[in-house]
Design a protein around this ligand. Structure first.
Ligand code: NAD
Ligand code: DAU
Length: 338
């Protein structure tokens, strides 16, 4: 693992992974390959802009010629694919781009991985591919039952990856992560949205009864888990990656308000997300058997996240004051109050 192509490296988890790897190792080169959609942000990579082990390439993973050119120019031996459309609510409005990037884009990268004979292709996937899990915990061999266009697209990507392992012997690994929180998360996802709305005394639009459960994982733990799988994981294998502990949305919301010293009257119940998955829950014993452990429990993770958004207002205010963000916000939330 010397020259790593990090697709989607200008987004939330991808940029944290770049910081994690460059902060930890001085014998890897990171080549970020990113289309810079609304979710990609060069400011996320500003701290490494002058690092000699970092290069940025502007490109679309659906563009085979651009991917091949980057593979060749940078002598890539490892691909870690974070590039995706990632927001469930947007997938309900405009599913086409999810199918294009999360399925077709994955296919393009797999073809490039095969053509250039990489040492490892690693796919960043999600616990959402298992669908909602009302009891027990998902293990890696469980049936996939995705229920949104986003999770169905991600499941399609996973299956393509596994098919390239089976059919062509491509050394593929997959991690299925839970809900990440932390620095640089676009404020459409619930935690940064609620923190930043609360700072401004704006309503926090809580879907349905707020009793849905998510495993909120600190992004740095996720990045550490990916690194462990790159180094110790077995090709052809899938690894769940979360804390293994779930929290209801209402508890998460009240925790944020308490940390910021804001009243619970800011909570605004709104109509539920169509097809809203009630609960995700992961069995993480397989990745723990590689020596990885969660460092940030929910309280520590949310505390560190609140702190970052309080200290980095410039970063999120630029996004939230943009016309595209405001249009999305109006489209998703107008008229939903109950
Ligand atoms: P994000 O939306 O913050 O960033 C996605 C990045 O991908 C952006 O930089 C964007 O510009 C880039 N991108 C999108 N389409 C592209 C294309 N066609 N070509 C090249 N680049 C493209 O996403 P995130 O939350 O950081 O998620 C990263 C990955 O992790 C995704 O694959 C997602 O499915 C997965 N995941 C996310 C979470 C989570 O809680 N956020 C949890 C589990 C798994
Ligand atoms: O589980 C991993 C997944 O987590 C990732 O694969 C996705 O890319 C990521 O977006 C995330 O999906 P969720 O749908 O779980 O995250 P989101 O932040 O959109 O919502 C978290 C919970 O909060 C969910 O139960 C819906 C609820 N919610 C969300 C929003 C945006 C609200 O109550 N109000 C909101 O305004």
């Amino acid at each position: 693992m010397k020259n790593i192509l990090v697709t989607g490296g200008a987004g939330f988890i991808g940029s944290n992974f770049v910081h994690y790897m460059l902060g930890r190792y001085d014998d890897v080169n990171i080549i970020v390959f990113d289309k810079l959609t609304y979710a990609g942000n060069m400011e996320n990579l500003a701290p490494v802009a002058d690092n000699p082990h970092y290069t940025f390439v502007h490109g679309d993973i659906c563009d085979a010629a651009a991917v091949d050119a980057a593979m060749q120019a940078h002598d890539i031996d490892t691909i870690v694919n974070f590039a995706a459309e990632t927001h469930v609510d947007r997938s309900l409005m405009e599913p086409g781009s999810f199918i294009q990037t999360d399925v077709y884009g994955t296919f393009v990268l797999l073809e490039a991985a095969k053509k250039f004979g990489v040492e490892r292709y690693h796919q960043i996937s999600t616990d959402e591919v298992y669908g909602e899990v009302m009891e027990g915990r998902s293990t890696e061999t469980d049936r996939l039952e995705p229920r949104s266009p986003y999770s169905a697209s991600k499941a399609g990507g996973d299956l393509l990856c596994l098919s390239y392992f089976t059919s062509f012997g491509l050394p593929v690994t997959i991690t299925r992560g839970s809900n990440n929180i932390g620095p640089y998360q676009y404020p459409e996802k619930v935690v940064p949205l609620f923190i930043t709305n609360a700072i401004d005394d704006k309503p926090l639009p809580l879907y349905g009864d707020g009793l849905q459960m998510r495993d909120y994982q600190y992004v740095q733990d996720h990045c550490a888990g990916i690194d462990v799988v790159l180094r110790k994981g077995t090709p052809g294998e899938i690894y769940n990656l979360g804390t293994g502990v779930e929290t209801t949305n209402i508890t998460m919301t009240k925790t944020i308000l308490k940390m910021l010293g804001k009243p619970e009257s800011l909570i605004q119940p709104v109509t539920d997300r169509p097809g809203h998955d009630r609960r995700y829950a992961l069995d993480v014993s397989k990745i723990e058997s590689l020596g990885w452990r969660t460092e940030f429990d929910f309280d520590r993770a949310i505390e560190a996240t609140v702190k970052w958004y309080v200290e980095n207002e410039d970063w999120w205010r630029k996004i939230k004051s943009g016309a595209a963000y405001e249009a999305y916000y109006a489209r998703n939330y107008t008229g939903r109050e109950v």
